[in-house]
Ligand binder design. Sequence first.
Ligand SMILES: NC(=O)c1ccc[n+]([C@@H]2O[C@H](COP(=O)([O-])OP(=O)(O)OC[C@H]3O[C@@H](n4cnc5c(N)ncnc54)[C@H](O)[C@@H]3O)[C@@H](O)[C@H]2O)c1
Length: 274
Amino acid sequence: MDVAGKVAVVTGSGNGIGEAIAKRLAAEGASVVVTDIERDNVTRVANEIGTVGLEADVTKEDEVKAVARLARETYGRIDIWHSNAGLAGPRQPDSLQDDDLWNGMWRLHVLAHLYAAREVLPEMVARGDGYLLQTASSVALATQPEKVGYAVTKHAALAFSEWLAVRYRPRGVKVSCFCPGPMLTRMLLSNGFAADDPAISGALTPEQVADLVVRALADERFLILTQPDDVRALVGKGTDYDAWVDDYSRLLSTSSVGAAGAADAQESRPSSTA
Ligand SMILES: NC(=O)c1ccc[n+]([C@@H]2O[C@H](COP(=O)([O-])OP(=O)(O)OC[C@H]3O[C@@H](n4cnc5c(N)ncnc54)[C@H](O)[C@@H]3O)[C@@H](O)[C@H]2O)c1
């Protein structure tokens, strides 16, 4: 999709990659609505772009609807909805007991995408055009041993994107799932990493990520990766799932994955996945 002249909503655009993508879309000629749970950052980013914004918690359907209403009242329609807001949460390797964590992750990484889809799909299907872009994570292709709720709900986000693509592409709605590896945002850096820490070498800046995502939108590619090698996890599972599990477990028991624990995608990768 050529984003020039399109109307885009980007959730979680008060910071990080959401902010960078919102700014990049605006620079490419799209009209962008900024939304985030952090009011001051919504105001800041909306002012910097010269557009409207709304503080909203995307885990609440009425607040998602309010964002859509603002977009339609201001710009007449919605062409692109980027469900991007997310939260890695604290490292909790054994958090099977924590219902609040599970519910919160489920609402943010899955239900927020559902609320957006059911809000905008009718108008997109009616026009035979539109774009649903969802941020999941490379964790959705492998796993994240230290954040079970995050890892599992990001898998579910990818599964929902797949379903949307299969169901709605034939009706003209484009769907992409963005599965990035580590990116130099607050999410990563607040876990105690300096931007030049070798442990996160290869992490992209938000601006690099925004370039990559806007190029992928032009190509209308389903799976958007920041590190092409991340697809090895899928290949490994598809080739020999048991070997993948064994390799991963071995690696966990012998490596410093536990100590590394970057925000999100610092999962180690078994060497013999392909
Ligand atoms: N940074 C990484 O290494 C990395 C890697 C893979 C995937 N991701 C994913 O990328 C997305 C963006 O993360 P980021 O790295 O830019 O982090 P970030 O913390 O800079 O941005 C996330 C934004 O989401 C907002 N948010 C959180 N909960 C919200 C809610 N309930 N309603 C509305 N907004 C809410 C936050 O206020 C924040 O502005 C997330 O979905 C994250 O899971 C990040």
